[in-house]
Design a protein around this ligand. Structure first.
Ligand SMILES: [Zn+2]
Length: 173
């Protein structure tokens, strides 16, 4: 890691730190609680085309958001959802993968090859959890949440696909 870091300019983050200063200048949300005020939890992809709050008309403080490549319900996502339901006011869970997701467009071998070429070393050991069939994966994820022993039936669980070209979500499950 140290070798890689030595190539980076010392002010790598200076623009972001300056922007944060501006953000904090009129910050009025100190002491705000960590409850999901709209009772919503969202599991979605890390894709930069997705703004989870805006796409659902939600505001700061309204939702718990868990993101990973592909928007899959992983072990860590379940950890977040169980905590959200029992401690943070969540009563609706949306699982929202999206159109044109890189995790559906590449095979595991292709991703390993691309990363390996980018890094210039072997990356065949790295797991990426690609998604060969997005709707089948969504169905599996929705069922996993609905049948989780620590998520009660009173919690609504929906499976959606977000269209990155129209901004619309389409409920599939
Ligand atoms: Zn994606």
């Amino acid at each position: 890691m140290a070798e890689v870091s030595s190539f980076l300019p010392v002010d790598d983050f200076s623009d972001l730190i300056a922007a944060n200063q501006t953000f904090a200048d009129d910050f009025s949300l100190g002491g705000f609680d960590g409850v999901a005020h709209a009772g919503v939890a969202i599991v979605t992809c890390m894709d930069s085309r997705i703004n989870p709050l805006a796409m659902l008309g939600l505001q700061y403080g309204d939702a718990k958001i868990f993101r990973n490549p592909g928007g899959r319900v992983t072990t860590a996502a379940l950890e977040a959802l169980v905590l959200g339901v029992h401690l943070l006011g969540v009563n609706r869970i949306l699982i929202v993968p999206h159109t044109r997701c890189a995790m559906t467009a590449n095979t595991e071998a292709e991703l390993r090859d691309r990363v390996g070429q980018s890094m210039g070393v072997d990356a065949s050991w790295q797991q990426f959890n690609v998604i060969p069939d997005q709707l089948a994966a969504l169905d599996e994820d929705v069922q996993t949440v609905r049948s989780h022993p620590l998520i009660p039936d009173s919690v609504a669980v929906g499976g959606f696909v977000y269209d990155v070209d129209t901004g619309l979500i389409d409920q599939k499950l």
